[in-house]
Design a protein around this ligand. Structure first.
Ligand SMILES: Cc1ncc(COP(=O)(O)O)c(C=O)c1O
Length: 387
């Protein structure tokens, strides 16, 4: 039997996807696991997709390979107005199959076998798997444990002659941290000094609860030509199942990325692009309301954790919809703890160790679920830990 590739042997399915599978076997669980905003696809988005499919024979066919022109234009306008990123929609934007495909295209475009990529840790697990898939070397750089902030001195120490890029997720999944402008500027200076590429994953950019949308590394002139910005329609517009995202890069980089996009996806699904266009150009009040609901859910989740302060400690998150909760009542590994919580409390969480060694001893809690589900999950955790 010939062997499967070492590339694929080196990667694994993330615990974010495995925990719900374990929970499905146990049955009757409530989830604080996968990062899914609970909201249904808004009516105006459903209507736009249905009428496109009914009225336009092109709506179910391949679009242009980089994406629908109107959607690329809307994305370029958004990047300009919200982030000060001036993108040419003709040549510098690609619509992808979720942010996930954009990230993979970015990483395959930049990373060669043995290239090191610095990645603040705890990190989003799929970033690491994608770097490994490209035969690169992920180099986790610990975040400050007291506030999950960037440790720029540690980043500097981690740079070697093999370092190719930095991959930053801001706001962060899994910590919920939002990095301040001063740290982003210092990181940009570091990348400029060492001639590094930057991949900036801004999937949660609209979900900051105590501060404005964070500055984009792609807006900094010192990084011009060496940044790939990745974003998603999944979280801001609650379109996780539609699988649509996008990337921005300067034309010479985008020309290369488009080759990867072509041979992996051809184009993002046409109906999903119609959904994304309607979400981006239609009424925004419903999405503003979703953001406000997530902020209220943060308050709820933090208040419920505060009631359990003898059992959990945490850094209050400023964005995204995750909390890394450190458990104080056991020295079990986070994987054992998460599995035991599924079996004994019937609550799904994600083991912090899935996000790097700095995450062990924690469980990642998502507050994307409804308030009723969040309360039910915490009621169960409370009865379980107080047993
Ligand atoms: C940081 C981060 N990047 C990318 C993704 C993937 O997003 P998409 O659904 O657009 O592929 C996720 C999904 O949870 C995420 O948390």
């Amino acid at each position: 039997m010939p062997s499967i590739s070492r590339r694929v042997q080196a990667i694994k399915i993330s615990d974010t996807k495995l925990m719900p599978m374990i929970a499905a076997k146990v049955g009757g669980c409530v989830s604080l696991g996968q990062g899914v905003p609970s909201f249904a696809t808004p009516e105006h988005v459903v209507d736009a997709v249905c009428s496109a499919l009914r009225q336009d024979s092109a709506a179910g066919k391949y679009t242009l390979q980089p994406g629908l022109p109107a959607l690329r234009e809307a994305v370029a306008e958004l990047l300009g107005s919200e982030k000060g990123v001036q993108a040419d929609p003709e040549t510098e934007i690609v619509i992808t199959v979720g942010a996930m495909e954009a990230l993979l295209a970015a990483i395959l475009t930049l990373v060669e076998r043995g290239d090191e990529v610095l990645i603040p840790s705890p990190y989003y697990a799929s970033h690491v798997e994608q770097i490994l898939l490209a035969e690169g070397v992920p180099v986790p750089v610990p975040l400050r444990s007291e506030d999950w902030g960037l440790d720029l001195e540690a980043m500097e120490r981690a740079v070697t002659s093999r370092t190719k890029a930095v991959l930053l997720c801001n706001p962060s999944n899994p910590t919920g941290a939002v990095y301040p402008d001063a740290d982003l500027k210092a990181l940009a200076a570091l990348c400029e000094r060492h001639g590094l590429f930057v991949i900036t994953d801004e999937t949660y950019d609209s979900l900051t609860f105590d501060s404005p949308m964070p500055m984009s590394l792609a807006s900094l002139p010192e990084l011009a030509g060496r940044v790939i910005l990745v974003n998603s329609f999944s979280k801001r517009f609650a379109l996780t199942g539609w699988r649509v995202g996008y990337a921005y890069a300067a034309k010479p980089l985008m020309d290369e990325m488009l080759k990867v996009h072509d041979c992996t996806a051809i184009c993002a699904p046409a109906p999903s692009q119609a959904a994304a266009l309607a979400a981006l150009t239609g009424p925004q009040d419903i999405f503003v309301q979703m953001g406000a609901s997530l902020k209220a859910r943060r308050e709820l989740a933090c208040a419920r954790l505060d009631e359990l302060r003898d059992h959990f400690s945490y850094v209050r998150p400023g964005g995204a919809f995750y909390i890394m909760a450190r458990y104080l009542f056991s020295s079990e590994s986070s994987r054992e703890m998460a599995q035991r919580m599924i079996r004994e409390a019937r609550v799904v969480t994600i083991p912090g160790g899935a996000f790097g060694p700095e995450g062990d001893g924690h469980l990642r809690l998502s507050y994307g679920a409804s308030e009723k589900e969040i309360n039910e999950a915490f009621d169960r955790i409370q009865s379980w830990v107080l047993l």
